[in-house]
Design a protein. Structure first.
Length: 125
């Protein structure tokens, strides 16, 4: 058994099918330090798609960047070795999951710029 298969069962699969998203507590518990490192490295050396989304009279910081996993070792480690791919495949009831790209969003507390809403929908009916 793996961590993902220990944490994902019929309840989580049904929640994903119904809601298009699911919370899996503990899935990345052992990866928190690697994730923090990846975010810090990305913010210290942003890629070509990076943006600070707070402008004008807005307060705070809302950083985003994507497509950096090949140049930031901690991101590559997450992509290649974390339980993310296995968890995604299990949740989608698939024998594999295809990685599209990384996307880091960091919105500091008190930032006045609204966060755009995103609604993910499952690809199966």
């Amino acid at each position: 058994m793996s961590l993902a298969s220990d944490l994902i069962g019929k309840t989580q699969i049904a929640a994903y099918a119904r809601d298009g998203a699911v919370h899996i507590p503990g899935l990345f518990a052992e990866w928190v330090d690697v994730i923090k490192t990846a975010i810090a490295e990305n913010m210290a050396a942003p890629g070509p798609y990076a943006a600070e989304n707070v402008t004008g009279g807005d307060s705070g910081s809302f950083f985003d960047d994507y497509c950096n996993w090949e140049r930031i070792p901690a991101l590559r480690d997450i992509v290649e070795n974390s339980p993310c791919a296995e968890a995604a495949a299990l949740i989608m009831r698939s024998n594999r999951a295809q990685f599209f790209h990384d996307h880091i969003l960091v919105k500091e507390p008190g930032t006045s710029k609204p966060t755009p809403g995103i609604r993910m929908r499952p690809t199966t009916s």
